[in-house]
Write a protein that binds this ligand. Structure first.
Ligand code: MSP
Length: 499
């Protein structure tokens, strides 16, 4: 049972920003969490390289679209590597992907789900979608813009291919009524309510080739030249099928996406899949957005956080930690560099690494302390002893912020306990041995549970605690489940100076 966890594929019209990094981090954290639980799991990411938005960005740079896409795609690939994500990388301009987009199209056509029709409406190139009139407002200059994204629209009238989305509405409602399809559940409930509130319109899924030449041609009967280009979102969504093939076939998929692209993943995508006779995803996980110090990030404001520069400054584990710790799926989060540095210095260095360095002092006999603790341990009774149950519930909901808050509280309370017990006063006593073992073993538990978020620091901690490689799984994340390790402690990370 191989599961695919995916990020969206990123538009190559500009360089990566913090929001893109967040998608990658969240997905890689989820993948590593599943791996720790023994669930076979792979991750995909990639770049969305077709359509007007990308073609216009290339022409502004006096470049061919493919040449321009190559440059930006390489930046996204580098970003995925630099933040420690281990992912299959899909490019929509690759031949393999083209074949998958065509195959999905043909399946829908064969199922009688496509028809030709006349389309007129407001198209937004930045968001690559049509908007209905009630999704638009006038800006200060009287121009129509999308209510959600603020991007401008243009009026189009053309003959396109349509997908019978309205016909799929009952099946979508059944899907939403049968299980928690979208996470968080509050979003799931809102989408179901919308699905029940009125008929969906059929979806235009092609553009005239004369207007949008940069994209996958719609397949034609008898091999005639195609006069239509697949709608860029149709092409893009098919990337998940390409990713499955690149991994030798997957049994289920979970897509992690931002709230701005919920509709495409939570409505259009399952509708395409069901209509084509394919399996729907396990979950669509929808996250909120990052602002920079409370302000929406935008190129024009010049406040876009450069994710690669951030990784250069803080290191990938600390960036991963800060992005997870200070976010929830439900609410937008505000990024500040000084707070990210504080998370590193206070949570990782002061609370966790220092706890281990105190408990592993050369003055203490840690193996003896662990032996005494194991013999006298009667079951979980301290805060944090049953951390794993609480954390697992958060991880199942993809709420890695809440997950990290629990780990941090466990580190804090273990620090208070060792401070209170002061084993350095009488290192030989049984009480001291129990206090030392409690602190060391809490560090071991935290290190096991931190592996998905901070793989480098967690490995460093587990190595220096002397924990065997085959005892680093969730099954070992119980108090004193492993007492056979002999620490030779080295700090996991140095403080970062802000400035
Ligand atoms: N190409 C489409 C996705 C196609 S998937 C079949 C796209 N690309 S994007 O580059 O514009 O956005 C990719 C992801 O980045 C989306 O999930 C989006 O929500 C996310 N983010 C963009 N800005 C963001 C923030 N400020 N904060 C968090 N995530 C954000 O949409």
């Amino acid at each position: 049972m191989l599961e695919l966890l995916s990020t969206p594929i990123f538009y190559v019209n500009a360089a990566p920003h913090l929001g893109h990094l967040y998608s990658i981090v969240l997905t890689d954290v989820a993948r590593r969490w599943k791996g720790l639980n023994g669930v076979p799991c792979v991750m995909s990411t990639g770049t969305d390289e077709h359509g007007t938005k990308v073609a216009r960005a290339a022409s502004q740079q006096q470049m061919q679209p493919k040449e321009h896409a190559d440059i930006h795609s390489a930046q996204f690939m580098r970003l995925a590597q630099r933040c420690g994500a281990n992912a299959t990388f899909v490019r929509t301009t690759d031949r393999l992907h083209n074949a998958h987009a065509v195959d999905l199209w043909n399946k829908l056509d064969a199922a009688g789900m496509l028809y030709r029709g006349q389309h007129s409406g407001y198209y937004c190139v930045s968001d690559e979608c049509f908007y209905s009139v009630d999704e638009l407002v006038k800006n200060a200059n009287g121009k129509l813009i999308s209510r959600m994204s603020g991007h401008s629209v243009e009026w189009l009238e053309e003959s396109n291919w349509f997908f019978k989305l309205r016909e799929m509405q009952p099946k979508l409602i059944d899907l939403y009524q049968s299980r928690d399809f979208v996470l968080p559940s509050s979003r799931h409930a809102r989408i179901l309510q919308e699905l029940k509130s009125g008929p969906l319109s059929d979806l235009s899924i092609s553009r005239p080739r004369s207007r949008v030449p940069w994209g996958v041609p719609v397949p034609t009967k008898n091999g005639e030249e195609s006069l239509d280009t697949m709608y860029v979102w149709f092409d893009a969504l098919a990337n998940y099928l390409t990713a499955c093939t690149m991994n030798g076939g997957c049994d289920s998929m979970t897509h992690i996406v931002g709230k701005d692209i919920q509709k495409f993943h939570a409505i259009y995508w399952p509708a395409f899949l069901m209509a084509a006779g394919l399996e729907v995803p396990e979950h669509i996980v929808v996250h909120s957005h990052w602002t920079a110090d409370g302000v929406k990030m935008s190129k024009s404001l010049g406040n876009v956080v450069d994710p690669l520069a951030l990784i250069d400054k803080l290191g990938s584990d600390s960036v991963r930690y800060a992005l997870c710790f200070d976010s929830t799926l439900e609410n937008d989060s505000s990024f500040s560099l000084s707070r990210a540095i504080e998370r590193h210095n206070v949570n990782i260095v002061n609370k966790w690494s220092n706890l281990a360095s105190r408990a592993c002092s050369p003055k203490f006999d840690v193996p003896r302390a662990l032996e005494i603790a194991r013999e006298t341990f009667t079951g979980p009774n301290l805060p944090g002893d049953n951390l794993i149950e609480k954390c697992s519930a958060d991880a199942k909901d993809y709420e890695f912020g809440k997950y990290l808050h629990k780990l941090n509280e466990a580190a804090m309370s273990a620090n208070v306990r060792i401070q209170h017990a002061a084993p350095w006063k009488q290192p030989e006593s049984v009480q001291s041995a129990l206090a030392i073992a409690d602190a060391v073993d809490t560090c071991r538990l935290l290190a096991i549970l931190l592996q998905p978020v901070c793989p480098v620091y967690a490995t460093r901690m587990l190595d220096s605690l002397g924990v065997a490689k085959d005892k680093r799984f969730i099954a070992h994340a119980q108090k004193f489940a492993d007492t056979d390790y002999v620490p030779r402690f080295r700090p996991v990370a140095a403080r970062i100076i802000n400035g």
